[in-house]
Design a protein around this ligand. Structure first.
Ligand SMILES: *[C@@H]1O[C@H](CO)[C@@H](O)[C@H](O)[C@H]1NC(C)=O
Ligand SMILES: *[C@@H]1O[C@H](CO)[C@@H](O)[C@H](O)[C@H]1NC(C)=O
Ligand SMILES: *[C@@H]1O[C@H](CO)[C@@H](O)[C@H](O)[C@H]1NC(C)=O
Length: 263
């Protein structure tokens, strides 16, 4: 049943994407964030929650003399309806201290949210689920806590999720299995609990699955062993039990669990 509805919603999003690309239909947005001025205010809200910026990376942000699309770390689209709209936020390794503003979700055309290597704390905003064009999400190596928002499953274009090296708790949302293009899911070194959702076995494009150094329990779902594109799995340093499914065709790191046949 899950498979059928996943396929159905995949078909629906394909049709919507087709309709959008031919310009014959417009997809209404949940909010009203539809102009470059809403991008502008979303970026200023983002900045307002950054309490320390030792490298003064955000100094250009909000300056009247620098156009928004030239602010440090901001990339805008060049053509069509993306022209002058923010498509990427690239603010890695800047030691920014603060919380991630939910206003990022108002950057309607955002494709890449790249904020690793900072001191971001608080939750991963569940509003990120509004970013329907988001392809790459990298918030690794921060101090984020709370749960992984299941709403990320609504970002249908996501092809990589990196949330490793944070303090995320709770379960891995099984809904992430609804992401048809997901190639990389990297959640290592958090405090994630519960079982590895067997639903992840429907992520047919998954290449890398890194869940090492968490508190995951239960057995390795056998569904995962049939993923043909999978190349690398790290589930080491968890609390997994049972057997390693036989006939696995990918590299798997399993040490430091309570698995049968574990070295
Ligand atoms: C929004 O676009 C208009 C027209 O292209 C431009 O004049 C204006 O400076 C832009 N505003 C921002 C905040 O980039
Ligand atoms: C997003 O934009 C809308 C409309 O401008 C605004 O009402 C809302 O507060 C914004 N959301 C966030 C989280 O900033
Ligand atoms: C996320 O960012 C970190 C730090 O820059 C980098 O090492 C990692 O490869 C990135 N993840 C992806 C999927 O690109």
């Amino acid at each position: 049943r899950n498979m059928v509805s996943a396929e159905l919603s995949m078909l629906v999003s394909l049709l919507l994407a087709l309709a959008a690309s031919t310009g014959s239909a417009r997809i209404p947005h949940a909010g009203t964030a539809t102009s470059n001025s809403s991008d502008h205010s979303a970026l200023l809200s983002f900045k307002s929650l950054i309490r320390d910026d030792p490298l003064q990376a955000l100094e250009s942000w909000g300056s009247r003399s620098t156009p928004m699309c030239q602010w440090h770390g901001v990339a805008c689209g060049r053509r069509g309806r993306r022209r002058g709209r923010v498509v990427a936020l690239d603010l890695g390794d800047l030691n920014l201290l603060g919380a991630v503003s939910a206003s990022v979700a108002n950057l309607t055309f955002l494709r890449r949210l790249h904020l690793p290597g900072n001191r971001l704390h608080g939750a991963v905003p569940s509003a990120l689920g509004h970013l329907r064009y988001l392809k790459r999400l990298n918030l690794s190596d921060n101090s984020l806590d709370g749960a992984i928002p299941p709403s990320l499953s609504r970002c249908r274009q996501l092809d990589s999720i990196s949330l490793g090296y944070n303090r995320l708790k709770g379960k891995i949302p099984w809904k992430l299995a609804a992401l048809p293009n997901l190639g990389l899911l990297e959640l290592r070194r958090n405090e994630l609990q519960g079982e590895i959702p067997h639903e992840l076995g429907s992520l047919h494009n998954l290449v890398v699955l890194d869940l090492g150094h968490n508190k995951l329990q239960g057995t390795i779902p056998s569904e995962i062993s049939s993923l043909v594109n999978l190349e690398f799995v790290d589930i080491s340093n968890n609390r997994l039990t049972g057997e390693i499914p036989p006939g696995i065709g990918f590299y798997i790191k399993t040490q430091r669990n309570q698995l049968v046949g574990d070295q």
